[in-house]
Design a protein around this ligand. Structure first.
Ligand SMILES: *Cc1c(COP(=O)(O)O)cnc(C)c1O
Length: 402
């Protein structure tokens, strides 16, 4: 837990207002150590600079509240349209769903809906289980704690993808939901969704696909000819999908979405408000930013299929250049990347990371697999990757000399 000391003048509640210019200066000072995506120093982030037009829309509609559809019907209209667009991106002509604050909330709603349904029909099961490969995002650890289910983790293969046979072995009458990932945030691994769908269908269990990271990459990369498997509603057993416009979708945060196959086994959870004429709420958040919804609309309409396809083509080309350059420097990859997250083997990845940080670069290390993790994103250009790799080579020379 963070603890706060309230007694210093800075952190006590301000007795009097201050001129905006002074407050703005304080805020600038507070954020002075922040990196800018445009610095070319951020190599750990799946989020990136939003499309400027989407940010402008966000700022313009900052007061808009999705929690009150009587005052703000517009963003609800936009939400329906966005869900339609995302549904058609993911292989469905008729879709249910909600826009959320991100992947965590979308996954929460999918789990909550599956658990409600499961507990309604299998009353004798003591504690429901949700089954997922161990590469599943750590948001599911939060959800297991919140929603009181047991998260059963199955092993992954050498490329950090789901081992489908292991998934099949672990299905039981206690399984409420199977979750697989289309683009893990740790290594971008795309699970065999078709294989998992077969397991789920045979067991009569819904299948949720967490495509928070991969949702805005895989459809376009497939169109460009990259050999990636199907992962979406074109696979009959897929019940629901999480996709995050605030990652590779060019929208400012907070922007996630949960899409559900209409008439499928998963229904969203839905609650009435106390007030006449107010929509049922289907999200965890009550007051939620309409600006975020309108900004997603802006990003999708501005980019279109051709815009995203071009952007993904550039990202994958950068990734391929990075892999090539790493190999030329005798840096070994931890796996063959499916998407835009590259893992570099290091015997002491923490020390390598510290070296990068001493040069002002932000990278990350997978704690459990112990590789240096580099996220290819649109805010980085060739020069930035060259700088990163030079720093790594420099680190290796220092280690060897020591
Ligand atoms: C980022 C991510 C999440 C969590 O999404 P937030 O938007 O950070 O809440 C969940 N699953 C995967 C696969 C992710 O990449």
């Amino acid at each position: 837990m963070n603890s706060f000391q309230y007694t210093t003048p800075d952190s006590a509640f301000p007795l009097q207002g201050m001129p905006d210019a002074d407050v703005a200066r304080e805020i600038e000072a507070l954020c002075s150590a922040d990196h800018r995506y445009s610095d070319g120093s951020v190599f750990n982030s799946i989020c990136s600079e939003p499309l400027p037009f989407a940010s402008a829309i966000y700022a313009k509609y900052a007061d808009s509240n999705m929690g009150d559809n009587r005052v703000f019907p517009g963003p609800h209209q936009a939400e329906r349209l966005v869900l339609g667009m995302l549904g058609s991106l993911l292989g469905l002509s008729s879709v249910q769903g909600v826009l959320t604050s991100g992947g965590t909330e979308a996954n929460l709603l999918a789990c909550a809906a599956a658990l409600r349904e499961f507990r309604g029909t299998r009353r004798r099961v003591r504690r429901a289980q949700i089954l997922a490969p161990e590469s599943v995002h750590f948001s599911f650890d939060k959800l297991a704690a919140l929603l009181d289910f047991e998260l059963i983790r199955t092993p992954v293969d050498s490329q950090f993808r789901a081992d489908i046979a292991e998934l099949r072995r672990k299905v039981s009458p206690r399984t409420a939901l199977i979750v697989v990932t289309a683009g893990t945030s740790e290594c971008g691994a795309v699970d065999d969704v078709e294989g998992a769908a077969e397991v789920a269908a045979r067991a009569g269990v819904p299948l949720h696909v967490d495509a928070a990271t991969g949702g805005f990459l895989i459809p376009f990369a497939r169109d460009l000819g990259y050999p990636l498997p199907r992962f979406d509603f074109s696979i009959p057993g897929v019940s629901s999908i999480t996709i995050d416009p605030h990652k590779y979708g060019f929208a400012p945060p907070p922007a996630g979405a949960l899409l559900i196959r209409e008439g499928g086994p998963l229904q969203t959870f839905e609650f009435e408000s106390h007030y006449l004429g107010t929509h049922n709420h289907k999200t965890l958040l009550g007051t939620r930013p309409g600006a975020a919804v309108l900004a997603v609309y802006a990003a999708l309409k501005h980019m279109g299929w051709s815009g995203y396809r071009k952007a993904v083509g550039e990202l994958f080309a950068r990734r391929d250049e990075l892999i090539q350059a790493a190999r030329e420097r005798s840096l070994e990859l931890a796996y063959d990347p499916d998407l835009t997250i590259v893992g570099i083997r290091e015997s002491n990845p923490e020390a390598a990371l510290a070296h990068l940080e001493s040069r002002g670069l932000v990278g990350s290390v997978s704690k459990r697999h112990r590789f240096l993790r580099i996220v290819v994103q649109r805010h980085l250009v060739q020069r930035d990757y060259d700088r990163l790799l030079s720093c790594l080579s420099e680190y290796r020379r220092e280690v060897q000399a020591a």
